[in-house]
Design a protein around this ligand. Structure first.
Ligand SMILES: NC(=O)c1ccc[n+]([C@@H]2O[C@H](COP(=O)([O-])OP(=O)(O)OC[C@H]3O[C@@H](n4cnc5c(N)ncnc54)[C@H](O)[C@@H]3O)[C@@H](O)[C@H]2O)c1
Length: 303
C-alpha cells in the first residue's frame, strides 16, 4: 500500500512542558519540519528550549545523531512570543496542543485555534484522557451548529494524537466522533514521519494506555498509603519481579498533577469507583509535590 503524505509543511506546538517539548523535538529531528513553539509562560519556553539543547547534545554524545543533524533540528524550532499568542500559528498545517490536562483550558485553546488557523489545518490534542469529541465540539463557533457546513468542517479536523515523550516509540491515534478519515490518515502519517509506531483507540476516558496505566499507578500509591510496603520495595517488586523498566511510583513522578487529572477524568467519566484517586495522590498535588517537574515527588530530584 502506498504511504499517505501528511502534507505538513509547518507544525505548531502549544505548550512547551515535558510533552510539548518532546513533540517539538521529534517533529524537528525526525519529521524534519519547521516547528513553531508556544507556551503562555515565557519561563517555561526558555526551560523547554534549554532541555531540547540538552537532549540533542546527549544524542550527539551517544552517537545517535550527527552534530549537523542536531544543529539542523534546533534551527527548525522557533518560538512564538506571548504578544503573538495563538495568532502566531496562522500559517501552520497542523497544530498539536500539549497544554496542561484541563478540559476548559483545552476547549478555550481549540476555540481560539479554529478562529486563527487555516480551516484546512489539522488540530491535534495530546490529551491523556479528555474526550476528543468534546474538544472537537469546542471548535464550533457562535452562530454555527454541529450540523452546519462550517461547524462540521471545523470539528472534522480535530484528532487525538497521544505522544508519550521523546523516547517511547508509540503514538496512540484517537478519532473523535466528528474526525474525518482524511484527518486520521494524515495525522497517522505525521506520527510515522516522527519515527513512531501508531495504535488506534476509541474515544473513551483514558483511551487504552491510561485506562490501564493510571489505575496501576494509583493502586501502587494506595499500597504506599496503607503501609503495605515501602516506596523502594513497591518499585523494586515491579521492576525486578515483572521486568518493568520503571517502578509505578517512579513513573508517577513524571507528573503527579497530570496523573491526578487523568484519574479524575477516568473516575467522573465512567462513574466507576475503581478509578477513585488515592488521597495521598491528592495531598501530594495539594502540596505541589508534582514529581520531577517540581523537584519533589515520591523521590527527590536535583533542580
Ligand atoms: N507527562 C506525560 O507523561 C504525558 C504523556 C502523554 C500525554 N500527556 C499530556 O500532554 C499534555 C501536557 O502534559 P505535560 O506533562 O507536558 O504537562 P506540563 O505541565 O509539563 O506542561 C504543560 C504546559 O502547558 C502550558 N500551558 C498551560 N496553559 C496554556 C495555554 N493556555 N497556552 C499555552 N500554553 C499553556 C504550561 O505553561 C506548561 O508549560 C497534557 O494534556 C497531558 O495529559 C502527558
Amino acid at each position: 500500500m502506498a504511504a499517505i503524505a501528511h502534507g505538513i509543511r509547518t507544525v505548531g506546538v502549544v505548550g512547551s512542558g515535558q510533552m510539548g517539548l518532546g513533540i517539538a523535538y521529534v517533529a524537528a529531528l525526525r519529521a524534519r519540519v519547521p516547528v513553531l513553539l508556544y507556551d503562555r509562560s515565557e519561563v517555561q519556553l526558555k526551560k523547554g528550549l534549554a532541555f531540547m539543547d540538552k537532549l540533542l547534545d546527549k544524542d550527539v554524545a551517544k552517537g545517535k545523531i550527527s552534530s549537523e543533524d542536531a544543529k539542523a533540528a534546533r534551527d527548525r524550532v522557533s518560538v512564538i512570543s506571548s504578544e503573538q499568542g495563538l495568532s502566531g500559528m496562522r500559517d501552520t498545517d497542523m497544530v498539536i496542543e500539549a497544554a496542561s490536562e484541563n478540559l476548559s483550558l483545552k476547549e478555550a485553546i481549540f476555540k481560539e485555534l479554529s478562529q486563527k488557523v487555516s480551516p484546512d489545518a489539522i488540530l491535534a490534542t495530546n490529551t491523556s484522557s479528555i474526550s476528543i469529541t468534546k474538544i472537537a465540539a469546542s471548535t464550533i463557533q457562535e452562530g454555527q451548529t454541529a450540523s452546519s457546513a462550517e461547524g462540521s468542517k471545523s470539528a472534522l479536523r480535530v484528532v487525538g494524537l497521544h505522544f508519550f515523550n521523546p523516547v517511547p516509540k508509540l503514538v496512540e491515534l484517537i478519532s473523535a466522533l466528528q474526525t474525518s478519515q482524511d484527518t486520521l490518515d494524515r495525522a497517522r502519517a505525521f506520527a510515522v514521519a516522527c519515527g513512531k509506531e501508531v495504535t488506534t483507540s476509541q474515544d473513551v476516558p483514558g483511551f487504552v494506555s491510561n485506562a490501564l496505566l493510571m489505575p496501576f499507578i494509583n493502586e501502587a500509591i494506595m499500597c504506599l498509603e496503607k503501609g503495605v510496603a515501602t516506596r523502594d520495595d513497591i518499585d523494586k517488586t515491579l521492576k525486578l519481579g515483572m521486568n518493568h523498566p520503571m517502578g509505578p511510583l517512579q513513573l508517577g513522578d513524571i507528573g503527579l498533577d497530570t496523573c491526578l487529572a487523568i484519574q479524575q477524568t477516568l473516575y467522573t467519566g465512567t462513574g466507576d469507583s475503581k478509578y477513585r484517586p488515592s488521597v495521598l495522590l491528592e495531598r501530594m498535588v495539594d502540596a505541589q509535590w508534582l514529581g520531577k517537574k517540581s523537584g519533589k515527588g515520591f523521590y527527590d530530584y536535583d533542580a
